[in-house]
Design a protein around this ligand. Structure first.
Ligand code: PMV
Length: 329
C-alpha cells in the first residue's frame, strides 16, 4: 500500500475518570467526533505538506513511527476532536496514526493491536494514565474497564505500572448526552499527577478514589436496568467527588449547574481543570441552550459510533495528466 487513511473517535466518560488510573471501574462511550489521518509513502517526513518538526509531529506520532520503524511518510491530519478538552483527542490521534502506519507497513490493524500500540504511545507521551481513552477509541461503541462481564463481551486485558485493566464492551441503552466545552484547555498529565499526589498523601483522598470506583459499578447496574434517573444522580455525585479531588473549576461547575434543571445528571468528563462536562438528558436542545447561555459551547453528540477504521486509498485521487490545449495563434 502506498496511501492509507484511518480515523478514530473521541470519547466521553460516563463514570470513572481518574480512579480508572488506579485500576478502578469506568464506563466510557465513543462519540461522533473523529480524528482522521492519511499517510502516503514519501522521501521525507511531512505533516500537512510541511517538513515534520517536533512542533507539528506530536510525541505520540513520533513514538509510533519509531516503534514500528517506518520509512518516511507524508501525513495529512484532520482532527475534529477538540484538544486538551477531556474528549480523548490524543487517544484518537494515536489510534488513527497507529492504524495508518501499521497498514502501510503491512502490520496487523485489528482493534486490539491498535489499542495496545496507541496506549503505549499515550503512556510514553504523558508518562502516566490508563488505557481507557485508547481502548474506547479503538473499539468504538461503549466500553467498561474492570467491571464484571460476560465472556462474549471481553475485549482485551492490559497491564502497566502495577495496575491491570480488563476491558469489555457494554450494551448501551438509548440515551442522549450533551457535552459542554468550557473552552479552557488543560493538559491531562498535571491533573493526573495532582490526584496521584493527593491520593498518596491522604487517606481521605484515597477513600474518594475508591468511592468513585463503586459509583461506576452502581452506574453500570443502573444502565443495565435502563434507570436513567439513578445513572444521572450517580453522575452528579461523581462530579462532586471529582471536585473534592481538585480537578473541577468554576467554569465546569457553572456549566454542570446550568445543565442540571433539564438533565438526569451532569459531571465533568476527562481529566478536568477546564475542558468539557457532559449531561445525560432527554431535553438536549434545552441543555444545549443553557450551556451556551452560560458561556460554553454545546455539542449534542451521537454515540454507538465505530472505533478505529482503516482504508487503503492507493490509486485514489491520483490526477490524470491533462491534455494540453493547442495554442491559438
Ligand atoms: O482528559 P482526557 O481526555 O485525556 O482523559 C483523561 C482520563 C483520566 O482518567 C483522567 C486519565 C487516564 O489516563 O485514564
Amino acid at each position: 500500500m502506498t496511501t492509507v487513511s484511518a480515523s478514530a473517535p473521541g470519547k466521553f466518560v460516563i463514570l470513572g475518570e481518574h480512579s480508572v488510573v488506579y485500576g478502578k471501574p469506568a464506563l466510557v462511550l465513543a462519540i461522533n467526533k473523529r480524528f482522521s489521518i492519511r499517510v502516503s509513502r514519501s522521501k521525507e517526513y511531512k505533516v500537512n505538506g510541511r517538513p515534520a518538526t517536533q512542533y507539528n509531529m506530536s510525541p505520540h506520532m513520533m513514538y509510533i513511527s519509531n516503534k514500528i520503524g517506518t520509512s518516511p511518510v507524508s501525513i495529512f491530519v484532520d482532527g475534529r476532536v477538540p484538544s486538551g478538552s477531556g474528549l480523548g483527542s490524543s487517544a484518537a490521534l494515536s489510534n488513527a496514526y497507529a492504524a495508518a502506519i501499521s497498514a502501510i507497513e503491512g502490520l496487523p490493524t485489528d482493534r486490539e493491536s491498535i489499542a495496545r500500540l496507541a496506549y503505549e504511545a499515550e503512556y510514553s507521551a504523558q508518562g502516566r494514565g490508563s488505557p481507557m481513552d485508547t481502548s474506547a477509541s479503538a473499539n468504538g461503541g461503549g466500553i467498561a474497564l474492570n467491571v464484571p462481564y460476560d465472556e462474549k463481551d471481553f475485549l482485551w486485558h492490559i497491564d502497566n505500572a502495577g495496575n491491570s485493566w480488563d476491558i469489555s464492551r457494554i450494551d448501551v441503552p438509548e440515551m442522549s448526552f450533551v457535552i459542554g466545552n468550557t473552552g479552557i484547555r488543560a493538559a491531562t498529565a498535571p491533573l493526573v499527577e495532582r490526584v496521584r499526589k493527593y491520593r498518596e498523601s491522604s487517606r481521605f483522598a484515597s477513600d474518594i478514589v475508591d468511592e468513585m470506583g463503586d459509583v461506576a459499578l452502581d452506574g453500570l447496574d443502573a444502565m443495565r436496568r435502563n434507570d436513567l434517573e439513578e445513572l444521572g444522580a450517580l453522575m452528579t455525585y461523581d462530579h462532586k467527588l471529582l471536585s473534592i479531588l481538585g480537578v473541577s473549576c468554576n467554569e465546569l461547575d457553572r456549566l454542570v449547574e446550568a445543565a442540571l434543571p433539564n438533565s438526569y445528571g451532569a459531571k465533568l468528563t476527562g481529566s478536568g481543570g477546564g475542558g468539557c462536562m457532559v449531561a445525560l438528558t432527554d431535553r438536549p436542545d434545552r441543555v444545549a441552550k443553557a450551556i451556551r447561555s452560560h458561556g460554553g459551547t454545546p455539542y449534542i453528540v451521537k454515540t454507538g459510533v465505530p472505533g478505529v477504521t482503516v482504508r487503503n486509498c492507493s490509486g485514489r485521487g491520483r490526477r490524470r495528466p491533462r491534455k494540453k490545449k493547442p495554442k491559438q495563434e
